[in-house]
Design a protein around this ligand. Structure first.
Ligand code: ZN
Length: 247
């Protein structure tokens, strides 16, 4: 089965539609999302509706939790706070019900999904060696998939326990199951609705569960439409501007 791996759509409908279309063209039969469907962007209800129509398997992110009032926003930055409050005040009851039902982690025996790390699924960034080590220590499956940093990365922990981080090449294909059964993998497909690696294009990864491989992709989308919607919504201007530069 080929699975489109997405994370951090953040209410960016134009990005989500472009990525879903590209993933289906590339053969994706399922969609998994690694958290933060809402927050920052202007179209939370429409994004959730697309994911429901796709039958996407989703986990909860910190912005989803905050919009539901399940997490204090004291540690959010000012822009994030403003977006959380905007989202919380506007999402429909159907969106609230969908988000409330999301688990913090989900696993099918081979793949485990969460937003941040398996040590702290809602909040911790997997961007330090310490966080990576704790994450792999908690990982009981071959491969995990995370989001939250909004950057594509592939981590491996070999039999010796050494962890390697690789920034994937665009359209690069990487094995996630070798002869060495002790090796563990962790994929971050990047921030579909708000990339932060300097490339404004949306992003996803395509997991091929039969072949045991993953490929990483970028997709151009109509950034101007999302920016217009952000301005119409009265969300902070910087949230529109950052989409142009991928930060
Ligand atoms: Zn996020």
């Amino acid at each position: 089965m080929r699975v489109a791996l997405l994370s951090d759509v953040h209410s960016n409908l134009a990005a989500l539609e472009a990525v879903i279309e590209a993933a289906h063209k590339a053969g994706a039969e399922a969609v998994w999302h690694m958290g933060d469907l809402v927050g920052y962007g202007p179209d939370p209800d429409a994004v959730v509706a697309v994911m429901q129509a796709e039958g996407a398997e989703c986990v909860m992110g910190n912005h989803d939790a905050a919009a539901l009032g399940l997490m204090p926003i004291t540690d959010f930055n000012d822009m994030a706070k403003e977006a959380v409050l905007w989202t919380a005040a506007r999402i429909s009851e159907a969106t609230r019900v969908f988000l409330s039902a999301l688990p913090q982690t989900r696993s099918d025996g081979r793949y485990t999904c969460c937003h941040g790390t398996l040590r702290d699924p809602l909040w911790e960034y997997l961007d330090t060696y310490d966080a990576a080590r704790a994450h792999f220590d908690a990982q009981t499956t071959l491969c995990s998939i995370v989001g939250h940093t909004h950057r594509q990365i592939l981590l491996t922990r070999g039999a010796s326990g050494e962890i390697e981080a690789l920034t994937p090449e665009e359209d690069g294909v990487y094995a996630i199951a070798g002869d060495d059964t002790a090796t563990r993998y962790c994929i971050n497909p990047g921030g579909a609705g708000q990339p932060r690696d300097g490339d404004p294009r949306s992003c996803y990864a395509l997991l091929d569960t039969s072949a045991g491989s993953v490929s990483f992709h970028r997709v151009a989308y109509d950034i101007a439409t999302t920016q217009r919607r952000i301005r119409e919504a009265g969300l902070p201007e910087a949230l529109a501007e950052r989409l142009s530069i991928g930060r």
